[in-house]
Design a protein around this ligand. Structure first.
Ligand SMILES: [Zn+2]
Length: 503
């Protein structure tokens, strides 16, 4: 994710790449939160220095599909987001049948989830924010259900045994309400617009439009059937299946994401769009869509998206998905999000550096997804470093000079925020982005380009479509480089102070 047009975060006066003069650097960063750009200093007592031995292995284990007894847990086990996701099952596939009418703002949905029980279940939870549930079935039999907060608790007529596959269908409707989180992204999730909806869900806004296991540690494939008034376009992830069908003044779009996807990367962005399709030089299908007011950016978005996706495939390894793309909506979110296969830009025409950031996320965040939010630097540090690599590739400025400009500012608040433990109350801190990127540069300097770039490709290859942890990256870096990097990672990721200069 990246932001656009926000108050400037304290950064060096010179911008890291050409063509950005006069624009706040946080405008170039994906997911630095609206209104929190200056809130990156740690709150009192929130950050405690820890010895290297434990700092590299923070106390909480990676999120697991935990639960107790035969009741599914109301959270998946993320220590910082305890009620996000759920335990007791593993989702394989979502089939979303959705109808949205912008004039009434009413969404009607029927979601079928195919899942596998990870232990015996007499009840289990889904995440759902607002909306009215009319019916739930499990394997075709009516199930009872109750609501409490954003939890939908389902009791199937028959107990589900560990290891069994089951299908739960939830019928629901209502006016979706977005999430509001003043300390992070502000408004996110399903956001209605005059002509449709702008749908960006990081970190836990999928539940504003479909019942889900709303946490990136449970990835699944998706089918979307989205019906909207004729004349509008509904855009989801993956590729379109068939041609949109119009009947009685309504058009149904069918999209399929056949690769595993984290729920926060799902979208059903809807509105009046100009659409263009094509292929990159390497032959990858591209789908781009822009709101009418951005029609002047349609061609450049198509061209840049293809060019940058192809370039990243030479740096990071094969592109993980079956198409690439992008969407510019006229909703002025002020940020971009790396929705899988189709990053979305909220109310602005993105510079190439932002496109480079969002497309790098297709590897870092989308294909390789974090298992708990405190590891967010594995997404944002890598995507920010990709911006620096893009500038380097284009001869604008080297990653090394960008690093040194940031390093020179000894009073930057990011030194107090160790990016290896992103904080739930300041998840999208610039420290997670910039100091995260600096960590990668310090690593690159330490092990050299001959080891660094093969390491990155080994990383994306070993964990393609999976979940990752910081410890796994550190272990792989050690294996590939043959060096003990404990001190480097501890200083850059886990200590609340500016690390010693790199050579
Ligand atoms: Zn980002």
């Amino acid at each position: 994710m990246s932001t656009h047009g926000l108050p400037p975060f304290p950064v060096p006066t010179s911008t890291p790449t050409g063509g950005r003069a006069g624009r706040p650097v946080c405008a170039l960063i994906c997911a630095v939160a609206v209104g929190t750009a200056t809130a990156c200093a740690p709150s009192e007592g929130a950050v405690t220095p820890s010895p290297a031995a434990t700092a590299l292995f923070p106390a909480a284990a990676p999120a697991s599909h935990g639960s107790s007894g035969t009741m599914g847990a109301p959270g998946i086990g993320d220590p910082d987001f305890p009620t996000d996701g759920n335990g007791g099952y593993d989702v394989q596939h979502y089939d979303l049948r959705l109808s949205y009418d912008p004039s009434s703002r009413k969404l009607a949905g029927s979601t079928t989830i195919r899942a596998k029980a990870t232990h015996d279940l007499t009840s289990f939870n889904l995440d759902l924010h607002g909306l009215t549930v009319s019916r739930v079935t499990v394997d075709g039999t009516t199930a009872s259900f109750s609501r409490g907060g954003d939890e939908l608790v389902i009791e199937p007529a028959r107990r589900i045994s560990e290891g069994d596959a089951f299908a739960v269908t939830v019928d629901y409707s209502g006016v979706p309400e977005p999430m509001h989180d003043p300390v992070n992204l502000g408004k996110y999730g399903f956001i209605s617009t005059p002509d449709g909806a702008f749908v960006t869900c990081e970190p836990n806004g999928a539940k504003t439009w479909f019942p889900s296991n709303d946490h990136p540690s449970d990835k699944a494939t998706y089918d979307f059937h989205i019906t909207v008034p004729a004349g509008l376009t509904a855009i989801a992830n993956g590729e379109m299946v068939g041609t949109p069908r119009t009947n009685a003044g309504k058009t149904t779009f069918v999209w399929r994401e056949k690769h595993p996807m984290a729920s926060y990367l799902a979208t059903m962005t809807t509105g009046k769009f100009q659409v263009r399709t094509g292929r990159s030089d390497k032959g990858l299908p591209i789908y781009v869509a822009v709101a009418d007011s951005f029609r002047g950016s349609l061609d450049s978005l198509l061209t840049q998206t293809g060019k940058i996706t192809d370039y990243w495939s030479t740096v990071f390894g094969p592109y993980p998905f079956s198409s690439t793309g992008g969407v510019i909506d006229d909703y002025a979110a002020g940020y971009a999000l790396e929705n899988q296969t189709k990053p979305i830009y909220g109310g602005f025409s993105p510079e190439p550096s932002i496109i480079a950031h969002e497309l790098a996320h297709q590897w870092f965040g989308d294909s390789l997804s974090i298992g708990r939010w405190r590891d967010l630097w594995l997404n944002e540090g890598f995507a920010t470093y990709a911006e620096w690599l893009w500038a380097e590739h284009n001869g604008q400025s080297t990653a090394d000079s960008t690093f040194r400009r940031y390093y020179a500012n000894a009073s930057d608040p990011m030194w107090a925020y160790p990016p290896g433990t992103a904080r739930a109350d300041d998840l999208f801190s610039a420290a997670v982005y910039i100091r995260g990127a600096m960590t990668l540069h310090a690593l690159r300097r330490e092990i050299g380009d001959q080891k660094f770039f093969p390491l990155i490709r080994a990383w994306t290859d070993a964990h393609r479509y999976g979940n990752v942890t910081t410890q796994e990256f550190i272990a792989l870096a050690r294996r590939v480089s043959g060096k003990d990097l404990t001190g480097l990672f501890d200083a850059w990721l886990f200590q609340p102070k500016r690390p010693a200069p790199i050579s």
